[in-house]
Each structure stands twice: as C-alpha cells, then as structure tokens.
Design a protein around this ligand. Structure first.
Ligand code: ZN
Ligand code: ZN
Length: 229
C-alpha cells in the first residue's frame, strides 16, 4: 500500500520547515505520496488580517510562485525518492468562534481560490479544477484552540461536496466520522519536524495522482496507520 500524508505546511504559511527540507524529510522516511497544503486564510476579519500581515497565508500574489516551487520539488522528489508531491492548499476560514471556523484541504489545486468566498463557491471552484476536497480536523480536538466545527455542524448541507473527512489529524482521532460512515483519510497536519510521527493514510492503488484521487473518493482500499519513530 502507498504510505501517504495529504496535510503538510511549510514556511509558505505557518510551518517551521521550508518546502525543500520538508520534501526531503518525507522522502527519506519512505513516503509514496504527499500533498503540500499551506494555509490560504480569509482576510475579512481581524484574525485573518493578522495572518496576512505576518505572512502566514498563501495569497493571490504569491500563489503562482508557490505552485511553481511545488512543481519543481515534485520533479526532484520523483527522481530522488520515487515520491509523488501534489500541490494543495488549506482554505482556512478562521473566526473567534470554533463553531464558525472551518479548514478545507484542496488537493491537486491548479488555480488560486480565495478563502473569503462562500462555501459553495469554494467547493464548486475546487471541483471545476478536478481537485479533491477534504474536511480537516472536523470535530473536538486535544488542542481546543485549533478546533474548527463549522463543517461538522453543517454536515447535512455540505457533506455532498466533501470527498473525504479527516478521521485522524496528528494525534487526534474523530470517531464521529466512522459512526457517520463518511469517506476518510488521516493526516499529520505537519508544521514541525516532530509532526512526521502521527496518523497517516495507506492507499491500495497505483502511484499516480489520478489513481490516488479516485481511491480517496471511492474510499475503497483505504487504511490509516500511526507512523512512529
Ligand atoms: Zn487546519
Ligand atoms: Zn493544517
């Protein structure tokens, strides 16, 4: 099975490891496929404005550079490690209330999607690009300051757009996803080197981007594993 992690931050947002070193860490650890998913933060409130001021968000202005560098790293990672590197973002709608906040991975993104759009616009924009839509850390977490509950609270309205939900994120496991029988994957939400050791996804499919997206969507041949040192 392919060892995968589809939720990874770099210095393009709030990660502490730069893109090249991040790719090398996963490549050396034997991963088959990863997605780089730096934050794209909503700029329509004070929290978002701070994130933009401290350059903790990919923006429309640097998205092309971000995507080009991921493409370059993807070529290098394939030659050196036979590891796929997919371009992604984490659309981050941050509000003071966790009930209003939501984080969404857009995997295999081609064009910039602003986080201040409404949910339907974001989901349809991602679908038009053929990207995968993943609901991140959808339920209560060990670190309450990171909780984002909007999509779970509004699942009856939005589940039809979501290709898979994170059933595990770093150290947290969300049993509500299995109870609801939603499609699932597990990710590290990598921000620091030690986050390499965390929940991961195993996929029983060919090692190419289309096969991986289909495997997650159909959610057959998907397993999770706790990757430890
Ligand atoms: Zn997040
Ligand atoms: Zn994240």
């Amino acid at each position: 099975m392919l060892l995968c992690d589809f939720h990874i931050h770099t210095k393009y947002s709030d990660g502490s490891v730069d893109l090249r070193r991040t790719v090398d860490r996963f490549g050396q650890a034997g991963f088959d496929a990863i997605a780089i998913t730096d934050h794209v933060v909503n700029g329509d409130n004070s929290i978002g404005k701070l994130a933009h001021r401290f350059r903790l968000s990919v923006t429309r202005d640097n998205f092309n550079e971000y995507a080009e560098n991921i493409k370059h790293e993807a070529e290098r990672a394939w030659d050196k490690y036979r590891m796929l590197v997919m371009p992604g973002v984490e659309i981050s709608k941050n509000y003071l209330s966790s009930d209003k906040s939501a984080h969404i991975l857009i995997i295999d993104i081609k064009d910039f999607i602003p986080a201040c759009l409404n949910y339907e616009q974001i989901f349809l924009g991602a679908k038009q690009q053929g990207a995968l839509i993943i609901a991140c850390h959808p339920h209560h977490m060990s670190d309450m300051s990171r909780e984002t509950l909007f999509l779970w609270n509004n699942r009856d309205k939005y589940a039809k757009y979501i290709d898979a939900w994170e059933i595990a994120n770093r150290d947290d496991v969300f049993n509500v996803i299995s109870l609801k029988k939603y499609p699932y994957i597990a990710n590290s939400d990598f921000h620091r080197a030690r986050h390499l050791y965390s929940w991961k996804t195993l996929l029983n499919c060919e090692k190419d981007i289309e096969s991986i997206k289909q495997c997650i969507k159909h959610n057959k041949g998907v397993a999770i594993t706790l990757f430890r040192n």
